[in-house]
Write a protein that binds this ligand. Sequence first.
Ligand SMILES: [Zn+2]
Ligand SMILES: [Zn+2]
Length: 179
Amino acid sequence: MFVFPYVDRHGYWQYSLTFLLTVKFILLSFTVCTDPGFMKSSEAVPFLELVKKFEPDYLCPSCEILCTEDSRHCLVCNRCVERLDHHCTWINVCIGLKNHAYFFAWACLFACYLIQLTLFCFSHISHAGLGARANPVLFELTVVSNLLISLLFLPFVLVVVYMQINHFLRGTTLNQTHS
Ligand SMILES: [Zn+2]
Ligand SMILES: [Zn+2]
């Protein structure tokens, strides 16, 4: 984001970075603001009635609900989530049935953005044209620091995308695989 003051106006980098950053924020907002699939207790049937009729494995004593096959209790949110994938500590949000698609799209866009940012930084380090810059030292520092941040985060984001695709192809979730 901090490289934007230095991106050439109306050029390829400005359009691509602005597009990716904007869509990334929109998808992040959807991921965070969408109910991941928190399960609600039935007010019609008291929990004690459920205890009498169902095996303990099918009940969550914390939420006092009847679980489904794919629901899991998130220890951070302290609530059961339908088809819980994981609790994302980066954004402190449960990823479940209803926001999983947004999360996956966000992770993909995040990876694309970091790749674009890395390419931008590399291209401007080698073709900086420092003589034309108003403040070449600040420009260099901004580009180099952004490059380091991108290279630091990119491996983690790529691992997340890889794991999500891997689990999707196997028809499972992160939670089911590791529980
Ligand atoms: Zn629960
Ligand atoms: Zn959670």
